[in-house]
Design a protein around this ligand. Structure first.
Ligand code: DON
Length: 309
């Protein structure tokens, strides 16, 4: 077990918190701009149900790009890996999360991976169902199962704010539609995608999802295989190679934990075979990752030798 107590974790949060001043809260989705730059929270969820937490753990935040790993796991379960990877690639880009450039310059117009926005939009398009509501319900039920919290829902204000301003994501969708990667109405897909990104929870909930990935897709309490082992493995590999976008290489070297970030400041970590981590720190660095959250993961990884490499 790392950290003998929440006090020990609290000391690491205080050390990392100084970094919140250096970063900046995302405001390209206007509603996210309301976050408190100084907030920082961490939760660690062990397979035996023990939980350690420190900081502003009562604060809820929207998943944003953290949701991309969860939607990927769902479509891999529903459609199988051949179907999914015929439409989205497996390679890191080295570009920012919302970049459009590789779609046009690559010989095949399919998005390079499911963690960049273009790839995530293609993945969300694959969620089965006859309406946005039924497709969103599938995703939400999957999250309820992993968190064991059926009260989790999406934040309407953030969803609406992104829906009204997501012009670049619409451009990515039109490009994908032109190239036959997607074939649905773009406004409908944007409705589903912005709801997915606005699913709201706290760090403890996020750590609970992290532990399911860490334990090869098994719910540690019930013993149920929620995600097939092979799919959990694929998701964790994407977290290592693409989870932090164009900072993934440095993150793998310095920290070495499969992790996925979002512009709300959330980071989900899955330390294989050990525990799940949920972090919230809305002050971001230039790559759109939680600046204090990354510092905190660096401290945890160094102090407790968590790197998998
Ligand atoms: O599509 C977007 O731009 C947001 N809903 C999610 C982007 C995001 O979280 C990137 N992560 N660092």
């Amino acid at each position: 077990m790392i950290c003998n107590s929440s006090e020990e974790l609290h000391a690491l949060v205080l050390e990392a918190k100084t970094y919140t001043k250096i970063g900046k809260v995302a405001d390209y989705i206007p509603a996210l701009g309301k976050a408190n730059q100084n907030d920082l929270a961490v939760a660690i969820h062990y397979p035996n149900g023990d939980c350690l937490s420190a900081g502003d753990i009562e604060k809820k935040f929207t998943l944003q790009s953290v949701s991309k790993v969860i939607s990927l796991a769902l479509v891999l379960i529903e459609k199988g890996s051949e179907y999914v990877f015929n439409r989205v690639g497996m390679e890191p880009t080295g570009d920012p999360f919302n970049s459009i450039v590789k779609l046009e310059t690559m010989a095949l117009a399919k998005p390079l991976n499911p963690m960049i926005n273009a790839g995530a939009l293609a993945v969300t398009h694959m969620i089965e169902g006859t309406s946005v509501e039924s497709r969103f319900d599938r995703l939400l039920s999957f999250i309820h199962e992993m968190t064991t919290d059926s009260t989790i829902n999406y934040c309407e204000e953030v969803a609406r704010s992104e829906f009204e301003t997501a012009h670049l994501n619409r451009a990515l969708c039109y490009f994908l539609k032109q190239n036959l990667i997607i074939n649905e109405d773009i406004e409908q897909l944007m409705d589903l995608y912005t709801k997915q990104c606005s699913i709201e929870m706290n760090s403890l909930n996020l750590a609970r999802i992290g532990v399911v990935f860490a334990m090869d897709g098994i719910d540690p309490t019930s013993g149920k295989q929620i995600i097939p082992k092979e799919i959990a493995r694929i998701c964790k590999t994407f977290m290592v190679t693409c989870g932090m976008y164009n900072a993934s290489g440095e993150f793998a070297i310095k920290i070495g934990i499969p992790a996925k970030s979002g512009v709300s400041g959330g980071i989900m970590g899955a330390v294989p075979g050990k525990f799940g981590i949920g972090i919230f720190g809305p002050s971001l660095n230039n790559q759109g990752n939680s600046i204090a959250g990354i510092k905190l993961l660096e401290l945890l990884s160094k102090n407790y030798s968590l790197s998998m490499f």
